[in-house]
Design a protein around this ligand. Structure first.
Ligand code: MG
Length: 250
């Protein structure tokens, strides 16, 4: 079922989304060579709990941590651990927050120190693909207008979009209908209506779009071992301009 949020619910989602964005601000300061991904997980969890919110990924489908931390060729669902970040790595962090029964979800890929020209291009294109997708989250548009905007932007820059994992509706649950693929034909899919809230999240690979899951049953990596990036916002569908509920404070 696709839910349309009331103004009261939107206000609550705005608060959850703000904590997501503030957590990324805290993490950004801590991401540097030598830091471990479990340290980032603890930092995020402590910050979220200080805000009287709950790290929503912890325990979701039995995931063991508060953030997903996916380094280099890892696409999504990396489990935080003792791995130390190195100069030149990229790290995708995905995190969710529940506050007063409502959810926010966001992802951001960070450079660790100086990164390669290609890695920089991948981050920039993925971030811009998310912006291209969110700009289509308008009442009257079709769902796949979002998908197509992302796919055409990414492929136009020579990268590929992951097919096996998609965005989703969000609200009183982390994952609600509809699924929001990062590929598709424009003018197709359900018609968007003011008050829908969607987690739009392109996962973009430098090489093939194909992925596989490691033996830990969580970590998804690119099949060819090339880099992958992930950016995500929780977005409110409106008439003229979508509202990014997880936008970074300026
Ligand atoms: Mg998500």
């Amino acid at each position: 079922m696709i839910t349309i949020k009331s103004p009261r619910e939107i206000a609550l989602m705005r608060e959850a989304g703000r904590i997501v964005s503030e957590t990324f601000t805290v993490l950004a300061k801590a991401i540097k060579p030598g830091v471990t991904t479990i340290e980032l997980d603890r930092l995020a969890e402590n910050f979220i709990r200080q805000k009287h919110a709950r790290p929503a990924f912890k325990g979701l489908y039995n995931f063991p941590a508060s953030i997903c931390a996916s380094v280099n060729e890892e696409v999504v669902h990396g489990i935080p651990g003792p791995r130390k970040l190195k100069e030149g790595d990229i790290i995708s962090i995905d995190l969710g927050v529940e506050l007063n029964g409502y959810f926010g979800d966001g992802a951001w890929t960070f450079p660790v120190g100086e990164i390669s020209v290609e890695a920089n291009a991948l981050l920039k294109v993925t971030r811009e693909a998310l912006a291209a997708g969110t700009s289509k989250a308008l009442a009257g548009n079709r769902l796949f207008d979002i998908s197509h905007a992302i796919q055409s932007y990414v492929e136009g820059h020579g990268f590929s979009v992951v097919r096996d994992y998609v965005g989703h509706g969000i609200g009183r649950a982390m994952h609600e209908e509809p699924q929001v693929p990062n590929y598709g034909k424009p003018g197709r899919g359900l018609r968007l209506v003011t008050g829908m809230t969607l987690a739009i999240e392109p996962m973009v690979n430098a090489g093939t779009h194909a992925v596989r899951t490691l033996a830990d049953n969580w970590t998804v990596v690119t099949l060819d071992g090339k880099l992958s990036a992930h950016f995500e916002h929780t977005v409110l569908v409106l008439n003229n301009k979508p509202e990014i509920l997880t936008a970074k404070a300026e």
